[in-house]
Design a protein around this ligand. Structure first.
Ligand SMILES: [Zn+2]
Length: 164
């Protein structure tokens, strides 16, 4: 697996070179907007606010690997347990009825699971899984206004309170 260095521009204008964005995030080199939602020795929970959708959560391993079959037994157990905890908070605190889960192994970032809430407005972009990419792009380009960003940040805070 080739590891490529990338340049990332931070919210404060600094540019840093990282080998793996997930390593940079989970290792604390880059602070995600809205802050860390939850953290254990093995996993890191945050939101990618480049896609400003309230309640969208990324669950990343701290260890650098790509394949589901590379999880240790301890990581496997904690991974499922964390998904359940996050999902419960999404439902109870944010009223999220359905979530789409995405994870691909052929990424330059390391192991991370997307938990994307399904909202009614998303049906305008297609049925089921086919709508996800258009939904994410729509959010990135058209939903980064002040009101929605405040709602996204509030969602992060509510999830953080619930998980901690
Ligand atoms: Zn990594």
């Amino acid at each position: 697996m080739a590891i490529m260095a990338r340049f990332i521009t931070l919210a404060d204008g600094r540019t840093v070179e990282v080998v793996c964005l997930s390593c940079a995030l989970t290792g604390g080199l880059i602070k995600p907007t809205g802050g860390v939602i939850y953290e254990t020795d093995r996993f890191h929970v945050h939101q990618d606010v480049a896609y400003p959708i309230r309640g969208l959560v990324i669950l990343a391993s701290k260890r650098h690997f790509y394949g589901m079959d590379e999880l240790t037994d301890e990581e496997s157990a904690e991974f499922v347990s964390l998904i359940k905890k996050i999902r419960r908070e999404q439902r109870e605190r944010l009223g999220i009825e359905s979530v789409y889960y995405f994870y691909n192994e052929d990424t330059t970032h390391h192991f991370h699971l997307w938990m994307v809430p399904r909202y009614d407005w998303m049906t305008a972009f297609g049925k089921s899984v086919e709508s996800v990419r258009p939904v994410l792009l729509h959010a990135r380009h058209n939903m980064n206004d002040e009101v929605n960003m405040a709602s996204v940040i509030e969602g992060i805070q509510l999830l953080r309170e619930g998980l901690n």
